[in-house]
Write a protein that binds this ligand. Sequence first.
Ligand SMILES: Nc1ncnc2c1ncn2[C@@H]1O[C@H](COP(=O)(O)OP(=O)(O)OP(=O)(O)O)[C@@H](O)[C@H]1O
Length: 631
Amino acid sequence: MEAEEATIHFQMPGPTLTFQNVRYFVNLKRKFLHRNAEEKEILKDISGIMKPGMNAILGPTGSGKTSLLDVIAGRKDPKGLRTGQVLVDSEIVNADMRMRSAYVVQDDILMGTLTVRENLEFSANLRLSRIEFSAEDKKLKVNAVIRELSLQDCADTKIVFSLFSKHIGTDFIRGISGGERKRCSIGMELITSPSLIFLDEPTTGLDANTANSLMRLLHTISRKGKTVIFSIHQPRYSIFQQFDHMTLMNKGEIIFAGAPDKALGYFEKAGYKCEAFNNPADFFLDIINGEIPPTLDTPTPGLQTNALVSCEDKNKLAFYYRQSEFYSEVEETLRKRPCSSVPKQHGFRDKDVYATPFFYQLLIVSLRTMKNILRNPQTSYAQLALNIFFGVLVGLIYYQIPNTLPEAIQNRVGAFFFLVINMVFGNLSAVELFINERVLFIHENTSGYYRTSTYFLSKVFADLIPNRIFPVFLFSAVSYFMMGMKNEVEAFFLYAFTLSMVSMAAVSLAFLVSASVRTFAVANVLIALPYVFMMVFGGFLVNLNAMLNWMSWLKWISIFRYGLNALTINEMKGQLFYSNTSTTTGEEYMDQQGIDYSPWAFWQNEVALISISCVCMVFAYIQLWRVNRWK
Ligand SMILES: Nc1ncnc2c1ncn2[C@@H]1O[C@H](COP(=O)(O)OP(=O)(O)OP(=O)(O)O)[C@@H](O)[C@H]1O
């Protein structure tokens, strides 16, 4: 038991985090015909010190709590940081530091189809080094976290309502509660035994009691010497009492930072009196919101006479704080602090800082993807059902195509067009893939769970191939024999191979769109347009020889054209069609259509389809890699 306890207890005492003269700007939308985007200063020259214990960042909505938390956690784009620096002990926050600290986001980002334990195991498997932790150690660690966070009762319950399974969550399947979900999110981070923990509004969306017990939990963690820093909106008194340090914010500036028990005295000196039985946290917010007027008869030591009145154009409370002894103390400490000369970093990740090797990550992430598909079978069943349905449909429409003219050629060509349309448009749903998981991917990737390449390849191996390629063989088997195509084993396999290559090219294009945009609406337009263009330039709807020269190049990137040509060569070659008066061969038909039917020409079409797939995949990967990780 003791050994188990030891696994969750953190190895190092928490660090002291300091920030000095931090000014942070964000770009607002660029105005029409204006070259430069307008900027807004959201953190205005602020400094502070946060030591091991409970550090709360309080303030009304829009005061800059989350911005400050993100900047000090190193999650905000450093381009916006105009002046100042953040140090953890004496080191500048860098990628390595980010990996060693924990950041719990406001919206719980968990894989909904997995249970609490499986989510924690996923985190443990990827974020604990295999050299230092055996499989048994990881299990002990997960158990210890479950016990520490009192998650025993729901350890084997699925999350279900979280993030991207929201759309499949039904009234019949109740997942874990909001408080349990939040504790699970915290547990995902505690697995690595971080000594510095950031939480963005951990109590938002929780009822009073759940919020209270969650804060008690954080308090317990902080008492083990950890530095817990969190933003919070309006805490009740029992929560407020647990703070060791409080940073009060208003309009991007600090209006008080120090021990909460000193804050009431501080504001009293500034002329604000808290009434008996009033919650101090509410009282501070009321002051900021201007709901409590100052009574300025009280002398304000260390401050020029009536400073609160004279600084008309400034944030008066922030101005007052800068004159106070609290601020002088912070400045004095910051002046004395040592600082290492680590260069400023610009990218999200300076070096490879993952705990586990590439192939191990690929295995773990692929297993989770498969588990997710199996437990969320709508997509895979739908794909399978769709393929069987269309296989039977096309088989019935073109049932046993005769060799008599004109049906022999007309029906075969019509069937090929139908088949390719079905393969291409049947994969429209693939645009959901990265959009659905975008938030999850960004969170896990930035938290050091896995590399971008691991995630991408797991999608290819565990999603694309089993979900999009295998069902095509089923479709091919049903449709090929119902249509009564060429009775040759080799021709059947080439037919199935061609259809799967068409499917893969269409999915790859959908992957590319999915990795490039954030919303379904834009994705649907972006994917439908090239599909339709490719269809027009496929050679079935318009004769490509009669096309305007400047447009005809489009045929070279048409999945339809390569698919139709390959299917036509495979079926028509060596066939003899006849009518009452004449006969014609498949080769004669292809000559008329300008289709080269040499063996190499057939494979050229397959190579072209594979090349389109590869190019789209490479670009999809680049797009995923370029996704903005900064908050
Ligand atoms: N990327 C951005 N673009 C424009 N304005 C921004 C951006 N990020 C933050 N802001 C602005 O900066 C201010 C502080 O935002 P922040 O989210 O830090 O506040 P907050 O105190 O956490 O608020 P809340 O409690 O509502 O989450 C707000 O006025 C917000 O509109």
